[in-house]
Ligand binder design. Sequence first.
Ligand code: HEC
Length: 128
Amino acid sequence: MSKTIISAALFASLAIGIAHADDATDLKRGKLLFIQCRACHDLQPDPAQKVGPNLNGIIGRKSASVEDFAYSPALTKASLVFDKATLDRWIEKPSALVPGNAMAFAGVASAEDRAALIKYIEKESAKR
Ligand code: HEC
């Protein structure tokens, strides 16, 4: 095997290793950042309701679709689908995406923080 092939293989495995480390770092960061959401939301199906609606299965979910949760008229009428792009906009500034909504949270300004949060939410809220 030539030296070039060996170093290319080494580089590739290093790059993969780094990508994994980044993922793990993001998830850890997302978990820490979610502490500010956890006061009002759960990602697992139970307990069903806190101050905010349960977020289990939130990625791809229609807005205001948790049964028995008393949503604000504004969010009820909004008719969004929380794909990752929409969730990003919601977390950045909920009052900008849905004026008059009832989530008492200013938003997360940092795009990196939001990306880490969404990565964590995606993993932990996966329906099972
Ligand atoms: C002080 C409590 C509180 C905090 C903190 C909070 N939320 Fe909320 N959240 C709510 C309430 C209340 C609603 C419902 C808003 C409405 O009906 O207008 C909501 C709605 C949502 C929705 C829409 C859910 C649906 O079923 O339509 C998402 C997504 C969401 N919050 C994510 C988050 C994330 C992510 C964070 C942390 C960055 C967070 N929230 C922080 C109280 C909170």
